[in-house]
Design a protein around this ligand. Structure first.
Ligand SMILES: *Cc1c(COP(=O)(O)O)cnc(C)c1O
Length: 362
């Protein structure tokens, strides 16, 4: 039933069992769905994040829409008109957070780094020192634009030490790279259904410190993106969504979460993604390609490769690989001509060996 393998950072290749989980219709108002699917799903998200659902420090909100909806909902609910958001970006998704703040008229400062420059503790320290009135700090964990990994474990102590609320866009890393949410003191972490949990697209979720989420009451600039109201309805209604829930997508995600647990949890998935990445990069280097980023700042999620020559025809390369059953991704940066290959999804080292064997013959 597969047309091709998606080596893209979402939507990505899902397992057949995840896709099969969509073959039933569910009533959004019935307890089979709210208590049988949504409630255990919310609990399961906390569990895979290493958080104890019983202790109540952290909670989850599910929201209709793609990942950007979750980032926009969080920023527009968590940052009040009297607050100031400090954003340090090194790619399109970090820039998008600044776009969101600008659209909503939210006071913010945007420190934009080069797309190949990692967000370091020194940069964050300096940005906070220059903006003593900042109340919130947001950063992207894995910047999918290039595949660069920002060292959130080293950044968090600086942000929290300065007393700022920490918002992390972990869209393309949550579930695929271990993140110690509690230990790092992350206040809001955003991800979506169609990334490392390996579900299909249709909703996003926020893992939030409950005390911070409670402060969002009445702050939202939008009705449908109000994560406080959405959360309150889910809490009081035993898993009810405020507006039509993407039932099939949610049921598929519930299956995907079970498959993540069966694989051995986030640590095991991280190990597989690393092996996918290593197999890909070794094979590509053998085929004469170079990576955009140095290995020490590269994530195992998605990798940018430089065009091997000035006359490299990406469109032709893309079509040839597609004919062999692999869909890759164009580049997204201005500094260099690149294309990207994703390592996440229901894909395995053997798939990357097969891919690079084909690339060597092109
Ligand atoms: C995928 C992604 C998003 C959200 O993108 P959508 O197209 O709205 O799903 C945000 N941030 C990062 C880092 C991403 O990889």
């Amino acid at each position: 039933m597969r047309n091709y393998l998606l080596l893209t950072p979402g939507p990505l290749s899902t397992s057949e069992t995840v896709r099969q989980a969509m073959l039933q219709d569910w009533c959004t108002w019935d307890k089979d769905y709210n208590l049988g699917v949504v409630t255990p799903l919310r609990k399961g998200l906390l569990e895979i994040a290493g958080l104890d659902p019983q202790d109540g420090t952290y909670t989850t909100v599910l929201l209709q829409g793609s990942g950007t909806y979750g980032v926009e909902a969080t920023i527009t609910c968590a940052v009040r008109p009297t607050d100031k958001l400090l954003i340090v970006s090194n790619g399109a998704y970090g820039k998008r957070m600044a776009d969101i703040a600008r659209h909503a008229g939210i006071p913010h400062v945007h420190v934009a780094l080069k797309e190949t420059e990692q967000v370091t503790p020194e940069i964050v320290k300096k940005a906070i020192a220059e903006n003593p009135d900042a109340t919130h700090f947001s950063v992207v964990h894995c910047e999918t634009t290039t595949g660069i990994l920002n060292p959130v474990a080293d950044l968090a102590p600086i942000v929290k030490g300065a007393g700022l609320t920490l918002i992390v866009d972990a869209m393309s890393s949550f579930g695929g790279i271990p993140i110690d949410i509690r230990g790092l003191g992350i206040d809001f972490l955003i991800s979506s259904a169609n990334k490392c949990i390996q579900g299909v697209p249709g909703f996003c979720f926020v893992i939030a410190r409950r005390s911070e989420l409670e402060k969002c009451k009445g702050v939202s600039r939008s009705l449908s993106l109000d994560i406080y109201d959405q959360w309150e309805t889910m809490e009081k209604g035993g898993g009810k969504w405020r507006f039509t829930s993407p039932t099939h997508v949610v049921r598929a995600f519930f299956q995907a979460l079970q498959e993540l647990k069966a694989e051995g949890g986030v640590a095991a998935r991280y190990a597989r993604y690393r092996e996918n990445h290593d197999t890909l990069v070794n094979g590509m280097r053998e085929a004469g390609f170079r990576t955009l980023l140095a290995d020490d700042i590269q994530s195992p999620i998605i990798t940018s490769f430089l065009y091997p020559s000035a006359d490299f025809d990406f469109a032709d390369f893309y079509e040839k690989l597609k004919a062999e059953g692999f869909v890759i991704y164009p580049g997204k940066i201005s500094e260099a001509d690149t294309f990207r290959i994703g390592n996440i999804g229901d894909v395995f080292p053997a798939d990357f060996r097969r891919l690079t064997d084909i690339i060597r013959t092109l």
